[in-house]
Ligand binder design. Sequence first.
Ligand code: ADP
Ligand code: ASP
Ligand code: MG
Length: 457
Amino acid sequence: MIVMKFGGTSIGDAAAIRRTISIITKKMRSKPVVVVSACSGVTNLLHQLVDFTEEGEKEKSEQIISSIKQRHKSTVDELASGVDPKRPTPDTAEINQKIDTLCNSLWTLSKAHMGGQIPDADKAYMISLGEYLSSNIVCFMMNALGLKTAWLDARHFMITSHDYLTAAADVPEVQKRATSVIERAFKNADAVITQGFMGVTIEGDPTIMGRGSSDYSASLLGMVLDADRIEIWTDVDGICTADPNIVPEARGISKLSYEEAAELARFGAKVLHPLSIEPAASKNIPLYVLNSMNPDCEGTVVMNRSCIFDGVKSISYNENIRMINIYSPKMINTSGFMSKIFGIFERQGVSVDMISTAEASVTVTVDASVNTDPLAAALSKLGNVTVDRDKSQVSIIGKNLIGVKGAVAAVFEAVSDSKIYMMSQGSSFLNLSIVVDRPEMTAVIRKLHKSFFENGN
Ligand code: ADP
Ligand code: ASP
Ligand code: MG
């Protein structure tokens, strides 16, 4: 069995869906379990719908639902009309009916909560609808092409915690259900299509697992099913030496260790969700990152570290971070101050990415999605607090960076024209991170890339 995950751009329109189906077709003998995201941009629209509904913007909400419906229906039309003329023209009545039903359920919920607070479980249902739509369309088209494919609701096996919008998978419960549900689905089919991103509480309430989490859904499924391989199909030639959308010279990396890939994802490389490595690593399942627009490219395999050489592999970034500084002369020569500071972060459920300390101050970085107002209010009881907004974190990632001669010098050289506000080397020697002004970020990444990967390196 293999698990294949296709992201939003891989199923973004009829042409992309055709390419994706031709990729799946070549793997039909390996019992593919296919995990799909929503078509590109649809999850953003659903988030907007939730906001408009709560703001009481009835017309705008209606417009969003109608554009979602229109987009999926025209994809179906284009797919159906492009089928080989030697095959019977697919009957689109049933799939169009499904699209209507799903969009009507969106409208029912939107109307019911117009101008009020939407309960989190309903929000989770609404936001996950993109995955229901896309998976139904891919399944319809595969069957229309004669590929026996079963559609499976991920909520039959993806049991999660009760944090409806940022739910964590309940791995033992997923393990209990997934194998039997998927084996049953394969009884009458050669491929199974399901959805990433969404889950359900043990009581049956809808949840979602956070933006970009379909990669995690796929990896977890691969783990519980003991898959032979996990394939993450996206829109770039695998994991690259930097984000190719920032550095045109970036090139694909053929092999990375699980640790390196996890560090890259944790430090901002959007190509993989930060949680997606651990499940594959726990069973030593190779995880491939591949390009659905260029399926012949070998992409990247993420695997056991013993096969991987030392050195810098990639540059990642988080464009929008907050830098929080707590200054207090009371810190000097006292103990327990740090524990007070981090106690506040813990109580507010905020995770810290980078830390640096001086005699009388502590500086940390947090993601821009964190609401820093209550945090700053609580921290100000301990000292003077400042929050800097316009900063970016840039990291070089690799194996055993401490052994790479000149790595730190190359970083200083690359940023000699820019200010560095913080610098830290992870104790695992997998990352070396700096904080720079946000407008400088792209130039810094390009200079680092030049220094580590161009000029014959
Ligand atoms: P999908 O919709 O397939 O999940 P994402 O947009 O989530 O795709 O992830 C793919 C994107 O990740 C690429 O288009 C690229 O801009 C970005 N990216 C960031 N860092 C890297 C990297 N080191 N290598 C490749 N892609 C990267
Ligand atoms: N569709 C979801 C998102 O846009 C999940 C995913 O793409 O992985 O965040
Ligand atoms: Mg993604």
